[in-house]
Design a protein around this ligand. Sequence first.
Ligand SMILES: Cc1ncc(COP(=O)(O)O)c(C=O)c1O
Length: 428
Amino acid sequence: MNYPNGLLFPNELQKKIKEQFCFVDVDPDYGERLFFDNSGGSLRLKKCVEAKAYYEQFPDCPERIHERSVGLRKLVDDETREILEIVFGAKSGALITELTASQTMFHMVGLIVENIPGTNAVVSAIEHPSAFDAIEFYCKKAGKEMRVVPANKKTGGIDPDEVVRYVDENTCLLSIMSASNISGNIMNIGEIVNRARAIKPELYIISDAVQHAPHCIMNVEKLKIDGINFAPYKFFGVRGCGFAYVSDRVAALPHHKLIAKDQKVFELGTCTPGNFAAMREIIDYVCEIGRYFIDDASRKELYNKGMEAIHLHERALLYHMLEGTNDIPGLRHIDGVTVYVDTKDITSRDLIAAIGIDGMNFTETVAEYQRHGVTVYERVNTSIYSKRIVEALGLSGAIRVSPLHCHDTDDIDKFLKITADIAKSNKE
Ligand SMILES: Cc1ncc(COP(=O)(O)O)c(C=O)c1O
């Protein structure tokens, strides 16, 4: 991982990758476009969509004895294991499945705040509402104090030094996101966990990884956390499900379940095999990228290698987008463009740039990009969803630019030229 400015995929691999996604360069109804809003919902793997559709065709109940039913049950059980062991890097614990990642977050927060003794819970100021509002809701319900850790306005992240000022021996839960979905800053969860547990060794700690999971390896064993979640629709997959890992001690808390089921089973009602089939395709896909670099390895090793390659390629795209080339200036060098919460060192960043164009309001800028065939989105303080977050970063808003690893440097160059044109014509 020692590439401070990232490492692009070899050309041959890059081409193969792009072909596997739906509608990367063209919307079938609206024509050519650059989809740079992957933090709002990522480009999808064709195989995920096909696998989900395929398994939706079977009416068989996964609880029956018939061959198809047994096959569907096996698919769900196998993929539950793979999500835990391969995607989350867990050796124990349990899987929470819900319709959305937000629901898994409310689920985890509720279990801990309502059952674990303590008079306060701690969360960061830049959390997505799913984590922030869950803490507020359950703290109110349980009569506990909610403490909010401010952001570092220079980096767009949360500093471990700041977190430990809010944690004490009466804290029942600490919840810090793995990476910001506005600035792209990756939090040092490992250090946050160690420092917070130095204050309270048995502290429950969870993390929202919806932004970070599609871009980097997750390893709950290494991080020693109690809960973490992701949303397949932001992870090259499908809508309609959210997944979370919870530690054994969280799974042991009293939770909704059928009485006859094991304590570690959170599944309630009939499962959706198509969602698990789509997850299998995501894991297969990342393993295939890994196989390009290493042979003869376990599925977990292949997955980790694939994720590492994705992470480095995305870092190289971020560097390219910020710095540009001799011929095409990067975002940092285009007259009239500001990159917010920009850090020189990009090793702690996901592939996101938060930008503004002088003299243009954010909504107008998004529309202008749309006219040029580029999909990006604004996060502004007039929206109830992003007000708290952008203001915590010292901003009134930002255009969020979030390409994906299936993009290449030509896509980034196209975007840079369009950005320069928009900034220039706005000045004239
Ligand atoms: C960082 C982060 N957390 C949580 C969520 C919520 O995901 P979902 O809409 O699947 O509940 C989002 C979605 O935008 C997000 O970006």
